[in-house]
Design a protein around this ligand. Sequence first.
Ligand code: SF4
Length: 308
Amino acid sequence: MPSRRLGRSVGIDFVPFKTCSYDCIYCQLGRTTVKTIERKEYAPVDAVLKEVEEKLKTIFPPDYITLSGSGEPTLHSGIADIISGIKKISSIPVAVLTNGSLFWIDEVRDAVSGADLVIPSLDAGSQKTFLSVNRPHSGIIFKKMVEGLCTFREGFRGPVWLEVFITGGITDSDDEIARIKALADRIAPERIQLNTTVRTPAERYAKMVNRGKMEEISSFFGRTCEVIADYTKVHEQSEFSSTREDVLELLRLRPCSVDDVSSGLGLHRNETVKYIQELMDKELIWMEERRGKRLYSGYRMTKTEGEK
Ligand code: SF4
């Protein structure tokens, strides 16, 4: 897929959807369903590498192979083998997009050290705002997380681009921006990239910061900083509500699985999960398991008390 930062990039998604150490209020994928810091082989390394190899045979070589996706990639205990495996089958640079929450663990820093570019996040300047914005797993302490980022930057041979997500009304005050900048200066990445809520967030109160203010913040951060928020995505938010209506309409006609809705409406599976989650939250649709399959519908299939 085209990426503003990375040119043409092939993304590899090897941790299950919304399995993450954070539950960011601005997350465009919705709320985290599995909040964890347990590292394990969420998908077999061999299978991941085989798929990458097959995919690369069918496409024009991209500028980057990006390890990211819909869960936190450093939670995969085989990420080092995935990086080294990709290096054996291709000369395309490997980028890791991570929330950076686990770099205080030696093993995680080592595991990512084979990448060509690492893009971690820093979205808060204090433990308090960290808890509000990132809603981390209880095993992650803000100070320790920042130390981890500093240690990683010192030891990593390649470039580090720090993504800073600014949330309107929470981290866009002058004091908070000054605190984030002081930490970014300590981490000393090659680039700082500012983002804000231009896509539908997990929580409605995660507000967008306008372009003018973002440019001001960028100048304050200095010459290595740029705004990467894609404001064209803001217009797509109205499309979100009309698509959500289509999902609801379909589910009022007949019960469907997530895959049925995806193929029926031509939506990406991740997007479909988000619509379904939102409709479930509003109690406009209900879920029922039938023969091991989760089905959703706009009416109660079995009217059991308290069932959703
Ligand atoms: S934005 Fe990234 S780090 Fe935050 S909850 Fe979503 S997937 Fe996890």
